[in-house]
Design a protein around this ligand. Structure first.
Ligand SMILES: Nc1ccn([C@@H]2O[C@H](COP(=O)(O)OP(=O)(O)OP(=O)(O)O)[C@@H](O)[C@H]2O)c(=O)n1
Ligand SMILES: C[C@](O)(CO)[C@H](O)COP(=O)(O)O
Length: 233
């Protein structure tokens, strides 16, 4: 029997950089909330059996209303003060699942993740315990320290990470167990936790898509509204 696959839609943030006065995942693009787009992508995917939503405190009721039409949503749980704390809340909610289950962590703020990206993550999980999604950078990326260029890594080795990030549940559980014991814990995503606390676990990187943008600032909402009307790859 194929291992169970759970998608966790992380919507625990408050959208400070968006400045909309409410979490940005509640803003509508293309006629429905960003959160609904993100849930719909996984709900419609034949390889995903279950969707868990992690929502910012104070907005659980709104998330419940948005999630209600989707048959694969099994719960809406309260997130934490950081993305990492929201992932931990999801892992607690998934305590009854076996270690060999596959789990995909996705930013609710990325409304247009396509089925092809999800396919690539799931396929790669057949041979790897940790999978990331990356896109090449159209810009040169440099390391700046004290306002001065410290180094210029070769651009062909650079990748901009997106989500979903996929894991065998046992692997991400172990990584977070180690991370939570570290008083200096700091990470911007779940692959960052695996990279730091389980350095021997290779993180396979598969191709993402420019359409899979993260709505972070007001301009992104404008772009997202256009993307909602277009069928660009
Ligand atoms: N405590 C948090 C913080 C973030 N996230 C989620 O992680 C994703 C990526 O985070 P980001 O774009 O930084 O969202 P916000 O934290 O809401 O934005 P900001 O940093 O501007 O407040 C988002 O879907 C966000 O809801 C989360 O689940 N829990
Ligand atoms: C997970 C992520 O979207 C990968 O690019 C990113 O790290 C989230 O970062 P943020 O600081 O929460 O915006």
């Amino acid at each position: 029997m194929a291992a169970r696959t759970v998608a966790v839609v992380l919507a625990g943030g408050i959208g400070e950089r968006m400045g909309a006065g409410r979490p940005k995942q509640l803003i509508e693009v293309g006629g429905r909330p960003i959160l609904a787009h993100a849930i719909a992508a996984f709900d419609a995917h034949p390889g995903v059996g279950e969707v868990l939503v992690v929502m910012a405190a104070g907005h659980l009721r709104e998330a419940g209303v948005i999630a209600a039409p989707f048959r694969s949503v099994t719960g809406v749980v309260e997130g934490g003060a950081t993305r990492t704390a929201s992932t931990v809340a999801a892992l607690r909610a998934l305590e009854g699942h076996a270690d060999d289950a596959r789990v995909l962590f996705h930013d609710a703020a990325r409304p247009f993740v396509g089925a092809a990206v999800i396919d690539r993550v799931l396929d790669a999980l057949d041979g790897h315990d940790a999978v990331a999604v990356g896109v090449p950078s159209p810009d040169t990326i440099v390391v700046v320290e004290d306002g001065v260029v410290a180094s210029m890594p070769p651009r062909e080795t650079m990748s901009r990470f997106q989500t979903p990030q996929g894991f065998r549940l046992g692997t991400i559980r172990k990584a977070y167990e180690l991370a939570l014991a570290d008083p200096a814990l700091r990470a911007t995503d779940d692959c960052g936790i695996v990279h730091r606390y389980l350095p021997d676990v290779p993180i396979r990187v598969v191709a993402g898509s420019e359409r899979n943008l993260k709505v972070t600032q007001p301009l992104d909402a404008v772009i997202a509204e256009h993307l909602a009307q277009e069928d660009l790859p």
